[in-house]
Structure formats: structure tokens, C-alpha cells
Design a protein around this ligand. Structure first.
Ligand code: GLN
Length: 197
């Protein structure tokens, strides 16, 4: 089988995401073609989308300026799978609590940017995730936390009493960075084994 994956590439950790989805596809017997998305017109060709971490203020400005924002919304509305990590989670949320980030409002959550404080800018945690048998080694980098979760949103993980991973239908979003490690289980949850937990 072959799938076309789009990695939003206006800013952020793009190549890590491209490598991670190729690896996850291979492990699931799928041949993945990756498109890096910097302009409008590519998202409609993608079966699945990845929205990387980076700086959500910059990413949101660029997706709107380049006309990519509506295409991502259409992808989500069509029920196609999407994985959003860190700044990507902020981008898809209903409200980022920061007027500089114009969110896409395709995931019914509100988020707090940089929620884990300066002392713990970056950290790794063995994170229990619903649907995974063993904890996931989650890397948090100036990570947001999820504050309010809509009715149709399933909480997959919490850390320090904060929600850090959720799923709603075709969208999985994490405050941490599953693309940085050689561990494809979050990609599997988002794209390849999409049964509800
Ligand atoms: N702190 C960043 C923001 O608020 C997100 C960090 C990340 O994506 N690693 O946009």
C-alpha cells in the first residue's frame, strides 16, 4: 500500500517529522511519500497530515498568509487523519490564550502556551498513554498544556495533572514530540491503528 503524507513545513521541526512518518509507515507495511507543505495546493493531495512543533505565532501567521489554513481545515473536516504536536497542537486548538496565534479551531480544546514553566523548559517523561501498553518516552520542549477539553475529545495522557495528549476522531494532538525518537507508537495511534481506546 502507499500513502501520501504532508508535513507542514513553514517553520519548525520538519525533517524529524518526515523521517518519523516514513519509519512508521514502513513498520506498518506502507510506502509513504512525504510532501513538505510551504504553499497552498499540496494539502488536498495528502492522505494524512502532520503539523510539527516550532513557534506557533510564526506558524499560524504563515499558514494564513500562504492560504494553507483553509486547506488544513478542509482536510480535517473530510475526516482524514492528522497528527499535531506541540506548536501544531496550539495551531489546531479552539483557543491558544494568545491573540498572536490565530488558531484553526478544528480540535475542541483550549491550550496554555509554555505551560510547564521556565524551570522545566524541556524534559523527558515516561508517559502513560491510553492505548499503549508501556509508557511513551515523551520529550517536552517549551510545551503547551491542554486546559479545557470538549465533549467529543478523548484524553489520552496527563502529566503533572495537565492534559498532554488527546484524540477526537481523526485528530491526535500531543503537547510533546513523538517524532524525535525511534518509537512510532503515537504515529500508529494517529494513522495506522485508529481504533478508539
Ligand atoms: N513554545 C512554543 C509555542 O508556544 C511551542 C514549542 C514547541 O513546539 N516545541 O509556540
Amino acid at each position: 500500500m502507499s500513502v501520501t503524507a504532508g508535513v507542514l513545513a513553514v517553520q519548525g521541526d520538519v525533517s524529524e517529522h518526515a523521517t518519523a512518518i516514513e519509519r512508521a509507515g514502513r513498520a506498518n507495511g506502507e510506502d509513504v511519500t512525504v510532501h513538505k507543505i510551504r504553499t497552498a495546493g499540496i494539502v488536498p493531495d495528502c492522505d494524512l497530515l502532520l503539523l510539527p512543533g516550532g513557534e506557533s505565532t510564526a506558524i499560524s501567521r504563515l499558514v494564513h498568509r500562504e492560504g494553507i489554513a483553509q486547506e488544513i481545515i478542509d482536510h480535517a473536516d473530510a475526516g482524514k487523519p492528522l497528527l499535531a504536536t506541540c506548536a501544531g497542537l496550539i495551531l489546531v486548538s479552539r483557543d491558544s490564550g494568545d491573540e498572536r496565534v490565530q488558531t484553526l479551531d478544528i480540535l475542541d480544546v483550549t491550550v496554555e502556551r509554555n505551560a510547564f514553566g521556565r524551570q522545566r523548559d524541556s524534559f523527558e517523561a515516561p508517559l502513560p498513554v491510553a492505548g499503549l501498553e508501556e509508557p511513551f518516552p515523551a520529550v517536552f520542549i517549551r510545551a503547551p498544556a491542554i486546559d479545557a477539553v470538549g465533549e467529543d475529545v478523548e484524553v489520552l495522557a496527563t502529566w503533572d495533572d495537565r492534559t498532554v495528549a488527546v484524540r477526537a476522531d481523526n485528530i491526535v494532538a500531543t503537547a510533546f514530540h513523538p517524532e524525535l525518537l525511534d518509537d512510532s507508537r503515537i504515529h500508529d495511534l494517529a494513522f495506522f491503528h485508529r481504533t478508539s481506546v
